[in-house]
Design a protein around this ligand. Structure first.
Ligand SMILES: Nc1ncnc2c1ncn2[C@@H]1O[C@H](COP(=O)(O)OP(=O)(O)O)[C@@H](O)[C@H]1O
Ligand SMILES: [Mg+2]
Length: 413
């Protein structure tokens, strides 16, 4: 059977050219089988005749390389750094399947200067055009790169398992995606089910909760059984999709690929392709940064270097040692300034700054007060990320909602 024909890619809405159909395999947490599903599905698609690229965006141990027993010296990071070209890091796996290792490094291109960035994105565009299907094995959970991988793809498949925590984590993922404006219909793959009845039950419980509490409808893509051969394929480094296609373990992924073909034939929302998505994101990000820099310069006239500024802040803070009000004004002033440009960088700076504080030297009362404050802050900043008790119950997870700091002082890093 050869599906490798002109109808196997998707029309690119903007230019009339074609981009490969892109599917992000995602899920709320690690260990649910994202990598197994991504790799085996990609292998089957390749066997069916689709030119397939597998983007390894996972950063966990049992990643695609390990499962295949290939250990690439070069990853996408080397391309971002300008040390290698994309062609040099793409690894052929089988006749129709190539692997791009280290795809979690794509966001690194945000930091490049414009010439290197455009060069990188052009390489990504050219690479993409050589394929019919791109499968992305995303990192677990709500990390920004994982969310972007989903947003860049035509389709997203959420991997869930009968384990209630996989449901609560996937639920949070759908919630965050929805809040960030994601309006496609996510597909669901139930992995590690012990039979069709359990797969259906798990899917129904999940989709009912998602529909009731988030207002999002899901699509059932299929199920993969809990299977010893799959579990062992890591140590044998022979993914089940490489086995004879009459083998039941392998067969499941053919069925999944057929379900995917059905889903595609029903039409997928247009997307501009992976490279173009990143291109837009990167340019928008840089434009915003440029505007911010311009406006801060305009407001302050000539400003000293950040180092000078920090040194003088330190001096002021030390000088105000016995003056709580002055210290209060300085510290809140710094935070307000940071807060004027709340973006991912500012949040990361805050996180790092908070983690760097010498909490272990602080008295217990101070730590308790800080922990309580962070808990309250979490409820204000991201009220919907944690599950409400009724959502937890609907997912069969009891009342232990995720997204709440579990222990006192957990914000101290
Ligand atoms: N259907 C399955 N049956 C049995 N074991 C599975 C199945 N799917 C995944 N596993 C095993 O579960 C573990 C986690 O799978 P993995 O694909 O690495 O998850 P993730 O990428 O979501 O972290 C691995 O040891 C894997 O072999
Ligand atoms: Mg993985």
């Amino acid at each position: 059977m050869n599906h490798n024909n002109s109808s196997s890619a998707v029309d690119r809405p903007e230019s009339g050219s074609r981009v490969p159909l892109t599917l992000a395999i995602t899920g709320g947490k690690g260990g649910v089988g994202k990598t197994q599903v991504a790799l085996n599905l990609a292998l089957v698609l390749a066997r069916q005749g689709y030119r397939t690229l597998l983007l390894d965006g996972d950063v966990e141990l049992a990643n695609v390389n390990v499962m295949l027993g290939v250990y690439p010296g070069m990853t996408l990071e080397h391309v971002v750094l300008g040390e290698r070209t994309l062609d040099e890091v793409v690894l052929p796996v089988t006749g129709n399947l190539d692997l791009l290792p280290g795809a979690s490094g794509v966001p690194g291109c945000l930091e490049l200067d414009s010439a290197r960035r455009e060069d990188f994105l052009a390489q990504l565009r050219t690479l993409e055009q050589g394929y019919d299907r791109v499968i992305i094995d995303t990192a677990a959970g709500l990390s920004t790169p994982a969310l972007h991988m989903v947003a860049a793809s035509h389709l997203a498949a959420l991997v869930i398992t009968p384990d209630p925590t996989s449901l609560t984590d996937a639920f949070s993922l759908v919630k965050v995606l929805h809040r960030k404006g994601y309006r496609r219909t996510p597909s669901v793959i139930v992995n590690m089910a012990r039979g069709a009845t359990e797969a259906q039950t798990v899917y129904r419980r999940f989709s009912t909760a998602v529909s009731r509490y988030i207002g999002v409808q899901l699509h059932y893509l299929g199920a993969i059984w809990r299977d010893e051969t799959i579990a062992q394929s890591i140590s044998t480094q022979r993914p089940v999709a490489m086995m004879d296609d009459s083998d039941p373990s392998c067969r499941q992924f053919w069925t999944l690929a057929d379900m995917l073909a059905v889903r595609c034939s029903q039409g997928v929302a247009p997307a501009n392709g992976f490279a173009r998505y990143w291109g837009r994101l990167v340019r928008r990000r840089h434009q915003q940064r440029g505007e911010q820099q311009q406006s801060s310069k305009a407001e302050t006239g000539t400003i000293g270097s950040p180092q000078e500024w920090l040194a003088s802040l330190g001096e002021h803070l030390r000088a105000a040692q016995g003056d709580p009000l002055a210290r209060y004004r300085l510290i809140t002033g710094v935070l307000e300034t940071l807060g004027e440009s709340v973006d991912e960088d500012a949040v990361e700076a805050l996180q790092t700054g908070l983690a760097a504080m010498k909490w272990e030297e602080a008295p217990a009362t101070v730590r308790r007060a800080a922990a309580e404050h962070f808990r309250q802050l979490a409820r204000v900043v991201a009220p919907s990320e944690g599950l409400r008790p009724e959502e937890g119950r609907a997912l069969g997870a009891g009342t232990d909602a995720p997204g709440q700091p579990a222990t006192e002082g957990s914000g101290s890093g």
